[in-house]
Design a protein around this ligand. Structure first.
Ligand SMILES: O=C(O)C[C@H]1C=CC(=O)O1
Length: 91
């Protein structure tokens, strides 16, 4: 199942830089592991925002929730999920 996911990151401005840098490094490693496994085939930066638009390819809602809630940045994210279905005009 494919899901369109928007993640807005809202780290507190007063979070110490070393702590923020460590969380971001953990996030990158976690994300790239899922990308190598084919679970996270697309990620794009939203221009002008600390946000991304991603496509996840997972078995079901429960797998998506498990992957998203495991993101190291999850506690500081607003996440919007849109389930995708086949478009009848798609080739
Ligand atoms: O930078 C972001 O958009 C947040 C997050 C999502 C993947 C990743 O490596 O960082």
């Amino acid at each position: 199942m494919l899901f369109h996911v928007t993640m807005q990151v809202n780290l507190p401005p007063d979070m110490p830089k070393p702590e923020a840098d460590n969380i971001k490094a953990c996030e990158k490693a976690y994300a790239q592991d899922l990308m190598r496994k084919g679970k996270w085939p697309h990620i794009w930066r939203v221009a002008g925002r600390y946000a991304n638009v991603s496509i996840f390819d997972v078995a079901d809602n429960d797998e998506l929730h498990a992957l998203l809630s495991g993101l190291p940045l999850f506690p500081w994210m607003d996440i919007q999920v849109t389930p995708l279905a086949q478009h009848p005009s798609a080739l």
